[in-house]
Design a protein around this ligand. Structure first.
Ligand SMILES: NC(=O)c1ccc[n+]([C@@H]2O[C@H](COP(=O)([O-])OP(=O)(O)OC[C@H]3O[C@@H](n4cnc5c(N)ncnc54)[C@H](O)[C@@H]3O)[C@@H](O)[C@H]2O)c1
Length: 326
């Protein structure tokens, strides 16, 4: 298939672009490089350097070629920042998604796979299914929920088939490909930066959550498993006009557990500072990925925290400055 990928110079989009190329698909990456990296765009992909808010560039890109489907990764991703600057997130994550849907319909593209998030759910003691109560605790999650809701109307009105993949915490690395956000707010790369001597200590935000060790619990899903979920969802869009799936491993790890495993993998002490809770964080987000496993035969293959951290550590030690050479 011929696939248009928004945000394909980013962490998850570029890993998925590479997996699509390896599976024999043609890929065009459309990315403003606001947080992504030109060097992350895989060899063999066509690259368009443009912003989704540029209506002219977007219309030209989507009509320049006959695309079979869109994979929409482009967004701002920092939940904490969304609580300080909500407008930035509503504009990029919702308004620009709407622009993409609108232009896709005009270009006659009928399939879209959307990067949604576990942040659409309320915190829950038990693993989250797709029927668990919705209730974003931050603006970031809300912008993703709004986009899912708009996609549903575009399905009903224009017949746009869509899959909303609600990722839990993306993690891990592939050869030559890993997490390189600036600034980095995600736990795993943050603690590995400390082990590399690039930062002094990790901050644990909240040690009084109702969890066994008092720190937040998250489900971590390797980027290779996220990429395989996209490829399966893309194939299924031929038959199904609407899919919403949780993409997680089904296991939860607390902040303290991740840090402890990072100490074992890196051999570094990784000092921590304990700080109050951050607005917008919820105590526990762990997936039940049973639905996509049963319906599409997807299976997460990198669920061990030691293995996840080892793959990320390999990326960080071989690419201490991410995609930059300095
Ligand atoms: N990283 C996670 O743990 C996680 C979890 C759940 C959902 N997601 C979602 O997955 C997607 C990808 O996340 P990521 O971690 O790869 O983030 P990322 O920041 O590495 O990638 C996002 C990419 O989108 C591009 N982009 C952003 N706004 C754009 C715009 N207006 N026009 C063109 N390009 C634009 C950026 O330059 C970047 O290359 C996002 O939609 C995110 O919300 C990520």
């Amino acid at each position: 298939m011929n696939i248009f990928i928004s945000g394909g110079a980013g962490y998850i989009g570029s890993a998925t672009a590479e997996a699509l190329i390896n599976a024999g698909h043609s890929v065009t990456v459309y990315d403003s490089l606001v947080t992504g990296h030109r060097a992350a765009v895989p060899e063999g992909a066509k690259f368009i350097h443009a912003n989704l808010d540029d209506s002219h560039a977007l219309a030209e890109a989507l009509t320049s070629n006959k695309f079979d489907a869109i994979m929409h990764f482009a967004a701002f991703i920092e939940a904490g920042e969304s609580m300080r600057d909500p407008g930035k997130f509503f504009r990029n994550n919702f308004t620009n998604s709407l622009k993409l849907m609108e232009t896709a319909v005009q270009a006659g593209i009928k399939k879209l796979v959307f990067s949604s998030t576990a942040a659409v759910y309320q915190s829950s003691e038990t693993p989250l299914t797709e029927d668990s109560p919705i209730g974003p605790t931050n603006v970031y999650g809300h912008t993703k929920l709004m986009t899912e809701q708009a996609l549903e109307w575009y399905r009903q009105i224009y017949g746009l088939h869509f899959a909303a993949l609600r990722y839990f915490n993306a993690c891990g690395a592939l050869p030559g490909r890993g997490e390189a956000h600036q600034p980095e707010s995600h736990l795993i790369p943050r603690v590995l930066q400390i082990a590399l001597g690039q930062a002094e200590s990790a901050t644990i935000f909240g040690t009084d959550y109702p969890t066994p060790d008092g720190t937040c619990i998250r489900d971590y899903i390797h980027i290779a498993d996220l990429a395989s979920a996209h490829i399966l969802a893309l194939g299924a869009l031929e038959e199904k006009d609407k899919m919403i799936y949780n993409i997680g491993s089904g296991s939860g790890f607390s902040v303290r557990e991740v840090i402890e495993t990072a100490r074992q993998v890196t051999g570094h002490a990784i000092p921590v500072i304990e700080a109050p809770r951050r607005p917008g964080d919820s105590a526990r987000l762990v997936a039940s990925p049973a639905k996509i496993m049963n319906e599409l035969g997807w299976k997460p293959t990198h669920t061990n925290m030691q293995e996840i951290l080892s793959s990320a550590w390999e990326w960080h030690t071989t690419h201490p400055h991410g995609y930059d050479s300095q």
